[in-house]
Design a protein around this ligand. Structure first.
Ligand code: SF4
Length: 412
């Protein structure tokens, strides 16, 4: 079993790892130790489960099978496994962008709580995409940009719009290699198809298709998400904040938002500043409401609102282990299923919000973009009502946090 000092160099994490061990709480490092030794075939990528004749595995020492039942060798199996990981990652990041594009269309409809906050960026992107901006009403322009963004997912031929942003020599190399993405969904589906049993059996061709799907995310989904989030929530500009578990305030109602997307968390920032809800928190004996973030969601509200960061992916269980978190609010991506079991050991409410990510034992408050602020307020109220259930004798918050400067963007 590794020691807290072997597990992390971060003093806050070391303190919390010792505390978790004393309390008998299981965290990710314990599960990692228990998983040793990890499967060698899996680590080398030479186990295949692509069809029901398998699973098949290649003997890396040359003493056993060198091909799967269908005849796929180690190069093909490893390339297919990598390619399918690319397809999954590309789908996740890009599906995030799809939701942001839908949110932009809701904002453009003039209904709901979202509005375009960065009109200059909207104009700039519209002009880049060849959409007429002169005399066009802002919501109409937002609608056209939102629809053009969504069309990038189902585009069947040609090149994704943002490919033209790459340096010319890079574009030429991509074209020469045949890896310029045509459409976001198209490249992901095509990659899954070609790596199925009986499909592409050239590892070079499989890797090229993987690169095309990766570029469909990097120069498609991820870039669309970044651009449209700036339009909706405004382009970040530099600001100061703090980071590490010490940002959790033992005197406050603590809400930790965790996951990937800013669509809900941006509204939770607004709800946590609502005077009525702050008064409600004080009526429960708290000093106020402290919002902090974990993982990518943290970064989204850090760079636009200066909301402090409680930690990264590895800190999610340590934050709950402080015993001072009234609600861990998650959307999707990087949310460990283990949070369900851990939050059961505390008063912490584990609140899931995404249609795409349900967790056994979590309280599910499904997020609907059309009713965003009301749902965000409901979640903040749930956290406040939970404050009196906190057991003060179990609260341990490490007194470590560091100042930081964030909010850098291509524009600022
Ligand atoms: S695709 Fe081939 S290597 Fe993979 S499980 Fe099926 S038979 Fe085995």
């Amino acid at each position: 079993m590794t020691t807290p000092e072997q597990r992390s160099t971060d003093p806050a994490s070391i303190e919390m790892l010792k505390h978790a061990a004393e309390q008998g709480l299981e965290v990710i490092w314990d599960r990692y130790d228990a998983m040793q030794p990890q499967c060698g075939f899996g680590s080398l990528g030479i186990c295949c489960r692509n069809c029901s004749m398998g699973p098949c595995r290649i003997d890396p020492f040359g003493n056993g099978p060198s091909e799967g039942i269908c005849g796929a060798n180690a190069d093909v199996i490893a390339a297919r496994n990598l390619a399918r990981m690319i397809a999954c990652g590309s789908s996740a990041h890009s599906d995030h962008a799809r939701d942001v594009a839908h949110t932009l269309l809701i904002a453009a409809s003039g209904e709901g709580d979202y509005v375009v906050k960065d009109h200059a960026k909207l104009q700039k992107l519209a002009a880049e995409w060849g959409i007429e901006t002169e005399g066009v009403e802002p919501n109409d322009l937002a609608r056209q940009v939102g629809e053009a963004a969504l069309a990038q997912f189902g585009q069947q031929d040609g090149e994704l719009r943002f490919v033209s942003r790459a340096p010319e020599l890079t574009q030429k190399r991509w074209r020469d290699a045949g890896v310029v993405p045509r459409g976001i969904d198209r490249e992901i589906v095509s990659l899954l198809h070609s790596t199925h049993i009986g499909g592409d059996s050239s590892y070079k061709s499989i890797i090229a298709s993987g690169i095309r799907a990766a570029l469909a995310d990097g120069w498609g989904g991820s870039m669309i998400a970044t651009e449209l989030q700036d339009i909706l929530f405004r382009t970040p500009a530099w600001l100061r904040s703090r980071s590490n578990l010490g940002v959790i305030d033992p005197k406050s109602v603590n809400i930790v938002v965790h996951g990937h997307e800013p669509i809900l968390s941006d509204m939770i920032v607004a709800a946590s500043q609502d005077p009525e809800l702050i008064a409600l928190a004080k009526s429960k004996g708290a000093g106020g409401i402290t919002l902090s973030g974990i993982c990518c969601t943290a970064n989204e509200i850090l760079m636009r609102h200066g909301v402090p960061v409680a930690g990264n992916f590895l800190h999610q269980e340590l934050a709950v282990s402080t015993g001072a978190v009234e609600a861990m609010v998650v959307d999707i991506q990087c949310v460990m299923p283990a949070l369900a079991k851990l939050t059961e050991r505390f008063h912490t409410k584990f609140i899931s919000t995404s249609k795409k990510a349900h967790f056994p034992y979590a309280e599910h408050v499904e997020f609907e973009e059309a009713d965003a602020l009301n749902i965000a307020k409901k979640i903040v109220r749930m956290a406040i009502e939970n404050f009196p259930n906190r057991d003060a004798s179990r609260v341990t918050v490490p007194q470590f946090s560091s100042p930081l400067v964030a909010g850098f963007s291509a524009e600022n």
